[in-house]
Design a protein around this ligand. Structure first.
Ligand SMILES: Nc1ncnc2c1ncn2[C@@H]1O[C@H](COP(=O)(O)OP(=O)(O)OP(=O)(O)O)[C@@H](O)[C@H]1O
Length: 264
């Protein structure tokens, strides 16, 4: 399905992603972990073609994604939707319209200018919001919602594109632990129920362990771990984070109980 071969991104002399090779033969929920600056965002941005690789190849269902341009590249970007830490919603616009913006790629400039949406799209947007438990907020401005609710609106907007893949760049980094769990659970259900691949950059090990079937660890641009959560030993985690023996997994945790334990 998705094959990434030797993908590399250089910024001047700095190698942000160094020969990343990842094979995703069937839909999966994958967490990418690593320290700040390890190359996680750059990798996701290349998969989505927001950023052009310096070398290497991305192939999806036999199609070479790396060489796409113009309309073909935009089509790929809607098949491979991205969500971000800061939600990227239009704050003063209502929730349903924000979600409908997920269909912008398919609409004419005139329809976009006058905010005209087909009624079937409006119904679909409401159904998706309902599935994510936030349909009751559909008429509110996005800025009136909590962070967790706004991230679910962003997920709904991504789902409007009916993507094969959802790329989530630190989707819970701005959220409190409760909201973080709701958002991760939503992404998990989208993977399980729809068979979509979800690839999420995550700061915290415990989140990757709990919600993902596969964890990829990056360090200094390189993939240094790729396996199941149960294979991610403390030693492997230390290697990913470049830490010494004093490394404690709890320091990378968002769990309320774990944090309590650390401060106790
Ligand atoms: N546009 C850019 N220009 C120059 N260097 C960049 C650019 N984007 C990223 N980098 C560099 O590439 C490396 C990887 O950055 P990246 O943002 O991918 O890491 P990350 O693992 O996602 O970190 P974080 O968790 O802090 O977002 C870093 O050294 C960063 O400074």
């Amino acid at each position: 399905m998705l094959q990434i071969d030797q993908l590399t991104k250089k910024f001047g002399p700095n190698i942000a992603v160094d020969s990343a090779t990842i094979s995703v033969p069937e839909p999966a929920m994958i967490g990418i972990i690593g320290r700040s600056g390890a190359g996680k965002s750059t990798l996701l941005r290349m998969i989505n073609r927001l950023s052009d690789p310096s070398s290497g190849r991305i192939v999806f269902d036999g199609r070479d994604i790396t060489t796409l341009s113009g309309a073909d590249k935009r089509r790929w970007q809607s098949e491979c939707a991205m969500i971000f830490q800061q939600f990227n919603l239009v704050p003063r616009m209502d929730v349903v319209s924000n979600v409908l913006h997920g269909t912008l790629n398919r609409r004419s400039t005139l329809a976009t200018m006058f905010n005209l949406f087909p009624s079937e799209d409006i119904h679909r947007a409401i159904d998706i919001l309902d599935r994510l438990g936030i349909a009751a907020h559909g008429a509110k401005r996005a800025e009136a919602l909590s962070g967790g609710q706004q991230q679910r609106v962003a997920i709904a907007r991504a789902l409007m594109q009916d993507p094969h893949i959802i790329l989530a760049d630190e989707p819970i980094a701005s959220l409190d632990p409760m909201n973080a769990q709701v958002v991760m659970q939503s992404l998990r259900s989208i993977h399980e129920e729809d068979g979509r691949t979800v690839i999420a950059n995550l700061h915290t090990l415990d989140t990757a362990r709990r919600y993902c079937d596969r964890v990829i660890g990056m360090r200094d641009g390189r993939i240094v771990f790729d396996g199941r959560p149960d294979q991610l030993t403390t030693g492997a985690a230390r290697d990913i984070y470049g830490a010494d023996d004093s490394f404690n997994e709890a320091y990378t945790s968002t769990e309320i109980q774990t944090l309590d334990r650390v401060s106790a």
